[in-house]
Design a protein around this ligand. Structure first.
Ligand SMILES: [Zn+2]
Length: 143
């Protein structure tokens, strides 16, 4: 059983998850009871409710599970529209939402993609909450 007391350095919290991601480490929670992969990690499993969640490195490779184009984004990202977002199923079984670096017309379900991490743009920093401004941004590109 993992310790249920968390602070913001724990990768089962968003600050801890993004700190690891900034170092290039994609971490997932893996439920010790049912095996569900939780991305980002959480202190409790959303499949079975268990609080016995381990933190394990996750493969950055996956495939497009579902995708769409964003034509009317938040105003800070208006210049980027339209852009593609997708739910990506990663090789270790977790699913993660993120932007795709490919035009919507050139994306198909099942396409192989890989996660990359970059610094937030000025617009992303402006749109972020104060404690999020240093968080890295993950994007999916073809592989
Ligand atoms: Zn579970």
């Amino acid at each position: 059983m993992t310790d249920s007391r968390l602070d913001a350095t724990d990768p089962r919290t968003l600050p801890g998850f993004f700190d690891a991601l900034a170092d290039g480490d994609l971490l997932g929670g893996v439920c010790a009871e049912c095996g569900q992969v939780l991305l980002p990690p959480r202190p409790a499993c959303y499949a079975c409710g268990s609080r016995d969640v381990d933190v394990e490195p996750q493969s950055p490779e996956g495939h497009i599970f579902a995708y769409t184009a964003v034509h009317a984004p938040p105003s800070a990202f208006a210049a980027d529209a339209p852009y593609t977002i997708a739910v990506v199923e990663l090789a270790d079984g977790g699913r993660l939402l993120g932007r795709v670096t490919v035009d919507h017309a050139d994306v198909a379900i099942g396409d192989a993609v890989e996660l990359a991490v970059r610094e937030p743009t000025a617009a992303e920093q402006e749109a972020a909450l104060e404690y999020e401004t240093a968080w890295p941004v993950h994007v999916f590109g073809p592989r």
